[in-house]
Structures are given as structure tokens and as C-alpha cells.
Design a protein around this ligand. Structure first.
Ligand SMILES: Nc1ncnc2c1ncn2[C@@H]1O[C@H](COP(=O)(O)OP(=O)(O)OP(=O)(O)O)[C@@H](O)[C@H]1O
Length: 447
């Protein structure tokens, strides 16, 4: 047990900064490996690190455990005092071990319908999800949910999964990200027995939830296999639920026979939430985290909701940053405290930035004309600055997507969305794009 933990710690030591490693991982104590239930128990001395580990590091922790133990385990981080208490999940597993498919360990207990705030932006997707969860294979099949990053697609998918498991205990539910599906397929292609097991696994279920289908764009073998899985399940009247960052007809690198199937029944989109919904989401989060909602916190929630508009993950992230620092520093949450913690987010949008000023600054930096960035030309030397400018318009101004499109020679709002997603993705992998965006933001903020 200790040797296994040592190995996992080594992996973290190589990957994390010294501070994170020492603060969150060194104090952890491995407690038990339950091979039958596939659970790896850890013990932590305080509630705060338990929360940080669960919200920020859980996926990574499970990955490392999987790397060392060579198969997936659910990791449970317990407080010392909780020693003898069974977690809800553990109870569920013990009560009905056969029903739980391995992949169901990936359901996040917090992603349920009760915690999902319904607003104008997501009410159709929510209603469709609930209808499907209530009557699998009878309401809408397939159900296709799409929307931008961090807007609650995965949350809704997990909520459907939880609901079906609770209300239709006879149904076999399988949730899988498209990345997991692809990786499993690749592994199974290595030998015949495994491909049979793979096919059997995916074709022997009652409900398939497949997340982020855009991931299989351009991957022919995966598309082929998914096509057969889809057909088999559909023909057997099994429920299929798919999520994507774009509408089916915008998945241009996906075969037509798939995108046309995705359009056979219900398509529901999720848009960015309005101000009231953003406030309601943060209030819900405060309630879930047992943070007292006094006047100060209410004001702080308003402040965050005003500033972060397009991504609920970021909205929640800002809130968590404030509550975590408040616990860590033992300081009360006030507007002044929040402003201090969120300096980076607040400064950018407190300046008077418009699409016009962004276009001007971007054109100057790339040495191109404003008429060119607005033109229909798509050469790389114009397309890249245009995408950068669109990204900044969306990130730093309140301008709606169609209006941003208009500011760039009357382009469609989906082009703006595509540019935003592309640059967001590059910011995770390409240092030169990070530098360009930072430089432009500084320039626009008058720094
Ligand atoms: N309507 C909502 N009510 C409460 N929380 C929400 C809502 N929508 C999203 N969230 C929360 O926002 C975070 C991001 O949501 P989620 O991971 O489901 O987004 P996503 O659309 O799947 O993003 P991506 O495409 O990047 O995977 C989650 O913590 C989720 O619980």
C-alpha cells in the first residue's frame, strides 16, 4: 500500500509545483485499497484540503491511481473523523454491486437535476433532458444537446444518468466521453477478443450517454464504430444522448451519415446564461458549499455575475477562489476582499473596450488594415488576427455574438463562436498565442 502511494506521489512530484505537492499531496495518507469495489481510500487531516482535492485534483488523482494500479479506481478522500462513515456512493455500490457498471464511477454526485439552475438559456435543454430521463427511449431519441464550453452539457448528461439509475433501476446506463470511447476502441483493436468485448459492452446497454462528440471529428475508425453502435442501439429502441460543442450541421469533419442521424429527433441548445441566471447559479453554489449568504456575499455574487458572462465553469471558479481564500486566510468575504482576489478578472472589463478599439489594436499589432480584417479574405495572415480580434471582443466586451459577427464584415455568429473556441483551445497549448493575447490585453487596458 505504502509502496503504491510512494509511486503515485513520485508522479505528482514530477508534475506539480513544490507548493501544491507539499500542501495537498504530502499530508495525504493512503488508507485502504478495496479491490472488490475498486475504491482507493485516502485520508486527509482537514476539510479544506479535502475540498481542494475533490474539486481540483480528483480527475488527476484517479488517473495516477489508474496508471500505477493498471485499472480504474474510484478515489475517496475522507476526513480523519469520518473514518467509519460510509459514503453515499459506497453504500450504493454495496447495495447493488452488479448493477453498477464500471464507468458509472465517473458520474459526479454534484451534477444532478436538483443542482442544475434553469434559466432562459437552458430551459429547453433541461426540459428535454428531464423528459428523456423520465421516459428513456420513449420521449426523444436520440437527444442531442449542444452549447459552448462550460455551459452545463456534462452536468445535464450526468443528471440524466443519476435520474435514470434512481428511477429506472432495471436500466443499464453507460456514460462515456468521446475521448474515452476512442481510447477504448484503440486499445481493443489490438486483439480480437477485446474488440468483441468492446462491441458487447456498448451494444448491451439501455442508455448510452456520449459526451463531447466533436472529439471524434476527423477520426474515421471511431466514427465507423460509433455509427454501428448507434444503429444497433437505435434499432433495439435503446436511448442515446449525445452532447457537442456545436450543432450537428456545424460538425463539418463528421460523416454525413452520423450528423444526419443526430438530427433525427430532438436537438436542444444551451446558450450563455443571463445575469439573473448567473446570480442564481452562484447562490446555489453558496448553498451547496454551506457558505452563509449575507448581504456582503450577495453583493460579491452580483459583482462576479456582472463580470463573467460566457462560461459557468469560470463563474464558479471565481466564486471558489474567493471562498477558498476566505477560509485559508480566515477573512470575511466582502466586496473589497473579492476585488482584491479577482484583480485579474476585474481590471480587464473595467476599461472602456469596444470591438472597434479591439480591431484597431489587433490590426496595428499585425500590421494589417481594418478593411482587410473586415473583408471576406481568408488567407492565414488575415484569418488568424481576425480570430484573435473576435476572441477578444467576446472576452472583453458585452457585444452579442451576432453583433461581433457584424463588426467583422457581417459574418455569422457561429463563425465568431468557432474563432473563440479555436483561440481558447490554442491558449492551452500554444505559448505564442498566450503571449499575443496577453500583450493585446495589456495594450487595451492601457498598461
Ligand atoms: N445551469 C447550471 N446550474 C448549475 N451549475 C451549472 C449550470 N450549468 C453549468 N453548471 C456548472 O458549470 C460547470 C461547467 O459545466 P459542464 O462541465 O457541464 O460544462 P460543459 O458544457 O460540459 O463544458 P465543456 O464543453 O467545456 O466540457 C460545472 O461545475 C457545472 O456544474
Amino acid at each position: 500500500m505504502n509502496a503504491i502511494w510512494e509511486e503515485i506521489l513520485n508522479l505528482f512530484e514530477q508534475e506539480l509545483t513544490g507548493v501544491s505537492y507539499r500542501t495537498w499531496f504530502l499530508p495525504l495518507i493512503p488508507k485502504e485499497i478495496n479491490e472488490e469495489l475498486k475504491i482507493f481510500y485516502m485520508e486527509t487531516p482537514d476539510e479544506f484540503s479535502q475540498r481542494v482535492l475533490e474539486t481540483r485534483y480528483m480527475e488527476n488523482l484517479q488517473r495516477k491511481v489508474e496508471t500505477v494500479l493498471k485499472e480504474p479506481y474510484r478515489v475517496i478522500v475522507q476526513l480523519k473523523a469520518e473514518e467509519n462513515e460510509e459514503t453515499i456512493e459506497e453504500k450504493k455500490i454495496k447495495e447493488n454491486p452488479k448493477k453498477i457498471l464500471k464507468d458509472e464511477f465517473y458520474f459526479n454526485p454534484r451534477y444532478n437535476f436538483e443542482n442544475f439552475v434553469v434559466g432562459n438559456n437552458n430551459k429547453y435543454a433541461h426540459a428535454a433532458a428531464l423528459a428523456v430521463a423520465d421516459a428513456p427511449s420513449m420521449a426523444y431519441n436520440p437527444l442531442f444537446i449542444y452549447g459552448g464550453s462550460g455551459l452545463g452539457k456534462t452536468h445535464l448528461m450526468h443528471a440524466i444518468g443519476h435520474y435514470i439509475m434512481e428511477n429506472h433501476p432495471d436500466k443499464k446506463v453507460l456514460y462515456v466521453s468521446s475521448e474515452m470511447f476512442t481510447n477504448e476502441l484503440i486499445k481493443s483493436l489490438e486483439d480480437r477478443k477485446r474488440i468483441r468485448a468492446f462491441k458487447q459492452k456498448y451494444r448491451n446497454i439501455d442508455v448510452l450517454l456520449i459526451d463531447d462528440i466533436q472529439f471524434i471529428e476527423g477520426k474515421e475508425a471511431t466514427q465507423e464504430e460509433f455509427f454501428h453502435t448507434f444503429n444497433t442501439l437505435y434499432d433495439l429502441n435503446k436511448q442515446i444522448i449525445i452532447s457537442s460543442d456545436r450543432a450537428p450541421n456545424k460538425l463539418v469533419n463528421l460523416e454525413d451519415r452520423l450528423t444526419s442521424r443526430f438530427q433525427w429527433n430532438m436537438i436542444a441548445d444551451i446558450q450563455p446564461p443571463d445575469y439573473e441566471t448567473r446570480v442564481a447559479i452562484l447562490r446555489k453554489k453558496a448553498e451547496l458549499e454551506n457558505v452563509e449568504l449575507d448581504d456582503d456575499l450577495f453583493e460579491v455574487i452580483g459583482l462576479i455575475a456582472e463580470k463573467i458572462k460566457f462560461n459557468i465553469r469560470e463563474l464558479e471558479g471565481a466564486f471558489t477562489r474567493i471562498t477558498s481564500f476566505s477560509t485559508l486566510l480566515n477573512e470575511k468575504i466582502t466586496v473589497k476582499f473579492a476585488r482584491n482576489i479577482l484583480k485579474d478578472i476585474l481590471s480587464a472589463s473595467d476599461f472602456n473596450i469596444s470591438c472597434e478599439s479591439i480591431k484597431k489594436t489587433v490590426c496595428k499589432k499585425f500590421n494589417i488594415k481594418i478593411a482587410d480584417i473586415e473583408s471576406a479574405k481568408r488567407t492565414r495572415n488575415l484569418a488568424y488576427p481576425r480570430q484573435i480580434a473576435m476572441y477578444l471582443c467576446r472576452e472583453l466586451t458585452d457585444t452579442s455574438l451576432p453583433k461581433v459577427g457584424e463588426a467583422f464584415g457581417g459574418r455569422d455568429h457561429t463563425t465568431v463562436l468557432h474563432a473563440y473556441d479555436k483561440i481558447s483551445a490554442e491558449l492551452k497549448t500554444n505559448q505564442s498565442t498566450v503571449d499575443i493575447i496577453d500583450e493585446l490585453k495589456d495594450e487595451l487596458n492601457g498598461k
